[in-house]
Write a protein that binds this ligand. Structure first.
Ligand code: UD1
Length: 352
């Protein structure tokens, strides 16, 4: 059986780290394709080096980064040629990035079935880029793997056939547990806050960025900020970088490879983020999450008291930094760390 897996961005690479061995164990031939969406060394190659990921058989080096339509179209036409050459039994895609939707559309138009890992998440904001990608990819997929109960329920409510939807658990948990085991990383509380910030909704708005940076500097607590290239550009453009660099409490670091990221996360007391993935990793390590995006993403975390939506509201951010503490209840929202095995088994059963 031949599975063609498409990756393109950081969160795809870390999921592939758990998926590759699970497919290998079942004797599946996996063709790995990198769309080139993330191309800087610290956004891409460092993940392959650090996690010993299989080298992609195909790497797109002609990516048109910038406008989403242009970027998605250039990835689609690249992937179409790869799919025609490889003729896989199924195309496996992760999450909600432009690479995901490009792969799903290219495959389904060639009548190659699509399996979507992390299907069904809805933020109910029609023009959010990830929402668009996820809705299109879900609709094009024959097999869907929601990672949390609310995502499973969304798919059932939208009338996806139950036979096509498998609640497998979150592969993010598999990857986090695997890397912690391999690198001997243990969650402790070293007293600092870990922060990531990269969503277009924040970086494209000077007002939001000004509010968020103001709260970071004013809180006086040690913050380690891991900077995405898009965010660095925005901070420079809005003349906010100096304020951060000159502050006494914020340490500005570049994008971290996965092992470094997990080590920093393990030592944090709280996490401030607008990322859909980082919040889940934080929860798995029992770190409360201050959510500076517009979207809840994981309602289960909010209901359990582990995540608070503060958007770019200065007063709410400062209050959460001071007062959001780990609650007693800790439901197993993301499964048991065995999602990759379940996904591989379901893929083989359906398409093998
Ligand atoms: C993408 C995903 C987002 C995901 C994030 C993880 C979409 C719509 N967005 O956002 O859901 O959370 O990845 O990091 O797919 N850039 C570089 N170097 C790189 C990569 C990007 O400089 O290696 C620049 C690009 O040139 C572009 C900007 O960063 O100007 C945004 O890159 P893009 O890949 O479009 O989206 P991300 O912000 O990374």
């Amino acid at each position: 059986m031949k599975v063609l897996t498409v990756v393109g961005t950081r969160p795809n690479f870390t999921k592939e780290y758990a998926m590759a061995p699970a497919l290998r164990e079942l004797g599946v031939e996996e063709i790995l394709v990198h769309t080139g969406q993330h191309y800087d060394y610290e956004m891409s190659q460092t993940f392959f080096d650090g996690l010993n990921l299989p080298k992609p058989k195909y790497l797109n080096t002609f990516i048109k980064s910038g406008f989403h339509g242009d970027e998605t179209a250039s990835m689609m036409s690249y992937l179409e040629q790869v799919l025609l050459a490889e003729k896989p039994d199924v195309t496996l895609v992760y999450g909600d990035v432009n690479s995901t939707v490009a792969a799903a559309l290219a495959a389904v138009k060639l009548r190659i079935p699509v399996a979507h890992v992390e299907a069904g998440l809805r933020c109910e904001h029609f023009y959010n880029p990830e929402e668009i990608n996820r809705r299109v990819t879900d609709t094009m997929s024959e097999l869907l793997f929601p990672h949390i109960s609310s995502a499973y329920e969304s798919l059932i409510k939208e009338n996806f056939p139950e036979d096509n939807v498998v609640l497998a658990g979150d592969i993010v948990m598999d990857s986090l547990l695997m890397v912690s085991r391999e690198k001997d990383i243990e969650a402790t509380d070293q007293g600092y806050l870990l922060m990531t910030l990269h969503r277009a909704e924040n970086t494209d708005s000077p007002e939001r960025m000004t509010n968020i940076v103001g709260a970071m500097v004013d809180c006086g607590r040690k913050i380690l900020l891991l900077l995405h290239p898009r965010t660095r550009g925005a901070l420079v453009k809005y003349s906010l970088m100096d304020k951060l660099v000159k502050s006494r409490n914020v340490e500005v670091l570049g994008p971290a490879n996965f092992v470094d990221f997990v080590s920093i996360l393990a030592g944090a007391s709280k996490v401030i983020t607008d990322s859909g993935g980082v919040r889940r990793e934080a929860y798995i390590f029992k770190k409360p999450v201050i959510n500076i995006s517009e979207f809840i993403w994981v309602p289960e975390m909010v209901e359990a008291g582990w995540s608070r939506l503060v958007r770019d509201d200065r007063a709410l951010i400062l209050d959460a930094i001071e007062n959001l503490t780990p609650p007693k209840q800790y439901p197993p929202i993301f499964g048991d760390g065995q999602a990759a095995k379940r996904i591989a088994a379901a893929v083989v059963k359906r398409f093998g």
